[in-house]
Ligand binder design. Structure first.
Ligand SMILES: O=C(O)CCC(=O)C(=O)O
Ligand SMILES: [Fe+2]
Length: 204
């Protein structure tokens, strides 16, 4: 190990970080800026973005973000009380999927996209432990656009981990993480631009 690695605060690029019940890998510069800029533009214009809403006490409440679901045609997916039929894979999404699969060591069959238009858009505390993802799912999250704080909170101990998800970064969550940790992207008052997040998943 070099001096630099020994004394640097952040773990080595792409190293598996073991936490209390779970693990993750974070690669801040998975895509260089030019590539990430072009993906951001393309995803904003080409993806079939939808304003979905959830049912809360008989009232329709819009999600504070736009969403889209892409994947293999035989894999519908349910979350927050709605079921989405996937859009067919686009060439850009197939490329990103093939870029990340060697790192995740998994072949993904679907991707959920979230578009946070500004700091008022968010996703609140949840786990991605739906039955159709199987036990200990590997979820690979790719980030383009505005940097946002991704927060993890241990369900039993309330331990907290914050990761600033950068433009062009890749975060892989695996092991028991979805069973013991919730995660969220909180709202922010900062004047920030759009962010697009892709979470690649395996639907069983
Ligand atoms: O936007 C993010 O980084 C997280 C999205 C997320 O947690 C989800 O779609 O389940
Ligand atoms: Fe999630």
């Amino acid at each position: 190990m070099s001096q630099l690695d020994m004394f640097s605060e952040s773990p080595k690029r792409g190293e598996t970080i073991k936490i209390n019940h779970g693990e993750y890998i974070y690669i801040p510069d998975f895509y260089d800026k030019v590539t990430a800029d072009s993906y951001l533009k393309r995803l904003i214009t080409d993806i079939n973005w939808k304003q979905e809403s959830m049912n809360m006490y008989g009232k329709k409440v819009p999600f504070p973000r736009l969403t889209a679901w892409y994947g293999d045609q035989d894999k519908p997916y349910s979350f927050s009380g709605i079921t989405l039929d996937p859009n067919p894979w686009s060439p850009g999404l197939v490329k990103i999927k093939s870029d990340i699969e060697p790192k995740a060591k998994v072949k993904f069959n679907s991707v959920l996209l979230n578009r946070y238009r500004n700091g008022s858009d968010s996703i609140s505390w949840h786990t991605d432990a739906e039955k159709e993802l199987g036990k200990n799912p590997v979820i690979a999250s790719v980030n383009f656009g505005a940097e946002r704080k991704f927060q993890l909170k241990h369900i039993e101990t309330n331990e907290r981990i914050d990761i600033l998800l950068k433009h062009g970064s890749l975060l892989i969550m695996q092991g028991e993480l979805q069973h013991y940790w919730k995660h969220q992207i909180p709202k922010t008052k900062k004047e920030i631009g759009e962010r697009v997040n892709l979470t690649f998943r395996v639907i069983k």
